[in-house]
Design a protein around this ligand. Structure first.
Ligand code: A3P
Length: 311
């Protein structure tokens, strides 16, 4: 056995709180989860609806910044106090917000609070980088997952099987995709936000009814304070403290980190699932460069795409 290698009789899995077959992070009160499912959106409610690790916090801060005319969340405050995660804090905390409310949810569409009079900002991210980011997230919050010693190999099997919190990545994507052309929804990708943050901020602003095109000072401030460099600072604004030695919550912020984690066998299996589950979506086209890169990786060719949003 190699030095440092660990011998396990059984693969380690993250621990979750199960609601029937739906997994949630440990420590999220069951009563909050149940009440979130019953929340009735008020007209004007604005939801940021994402699968975990697809750019939720980034989108939350952009929305916050637009609403606060470019002034960022102070170092001593928590973004979640203004834009709460409804499955974690429950429906009453959402009702208590001063309208117009902005609410975060990771629920699949079929379970999410929905009204045609509310608006939904949906962000998704390619599943390769999502899996890597979700792995680091899961090992970094022992109180929620008890997975500090988990390996990427172990996590990957759970991700591929859809046995992680908030359910299967592909089910989640497919459920929200049914709203892709709805007037009350805006669909963006993490990759698109990385490639052209200004276009993403303008699109979000327009969706919120904010005229950023004619407000250069606010637009500049929103872009500055929502950049990876700015959001890497004062990270207690986004999440609770992580144990020493764990990557920060705002971690790498790149497209393409999957290459540092995936074996060819894992990449082939996830690619097969992408081909099967994404074939009728626009993401086949939008992530075609990434999928080509995976195919090159499987052939043993070098990468031709570098991570976007290099810092
Ligand atoms: P990585 O772990 O790949 O770095 P979520 O908020 O949905 O949990 O998503 C977290 C991911 O978004 C992390 O990805 C994090 O680094 C990235 N992220 C957060 N803020 C960002 C920003 N301003 N620019 C680019 N990526 C950002």
């Amino acid at each position: 056995m190699l030095p440092g290698a660990r011998l396990r009789l059984m693969a380690l899995k993250p621990s979750y709180t199960w609601h029937d077959t739906f997994a949630m992070p440990m420590g999220f009160p069951p009563s909050a989860f149940k009440s979130a499912l019953e929340y009735e959106p008020a007209p004007g409610d604005f939801f940021i609806a994402t699968y975990p690790k697809c750019g939720t916090t980034w989108a939350q801060h952009i929305v916050y910044l637009i609403a606060h005319r470019g002034v960022p969340v102070p170092a001593t405050a928590s973004l979640g106090a203004t834009i709460p995660h409804i499955e974690e804090v429950g429906a009453q905390a959402a009702r208590d917000l001063v309208p117009p409310r902005t609410i975060k949810t990771h629920l699949p569409f079929a379970m999410a609070p929905y009204s045609e009079h509310a608006r939904y900002l949906h962000i998704t991210r390619n599943p390769f980088d999502c899996a890597v980011s979700f792995y680091h997230h899961t090992r970094g919050f022992p109180q929620h997952y008890n997975f500090t010693d988990g390996t990427f190999e172990e996590y990957f099997e759970c991700f591929l099987a859809g046995e992680v919190d908030f359910g299967d990545y592909f089910d989640h994507l497919a459920s929200w995709y049914t709203l892709e052309n709805a007037a009350n929804c805006l669909f963006l990708t993490y990759e698109g936000m990385s490639t052209d943050p200004k276009a993403a901020v303008l699109a979000i602003g327009e969706f919120m009814g904010a005229d950023l095109i004619n407000d250069e000072a606010v637009l500049t401030a929103v872009l500055k304070h929502s950049s990876f460099a700015s959001m890497s600072k004062d990270q207690q604004r986004w999440a609770s403290q992580r144990p020493d030695g764990m990557p920060a919550f705002v971690r790498k912020g790149r497209t393409g980190d999957w290459r540092n984690h995936f074996s060819p066998e894992q990449a082939a299996r996830l690619l097969e699932k992408c081909e099967r589950r994404l074939s009728s979506t626009k993401y086949v086209e939008q992530w075609s460069q990434l999928f080509d890169d995976v195919r090159r990786f499987l052939r043993g060719d070098g990468a031709t795409t570098r991570g976007t949003n290099e810092h």
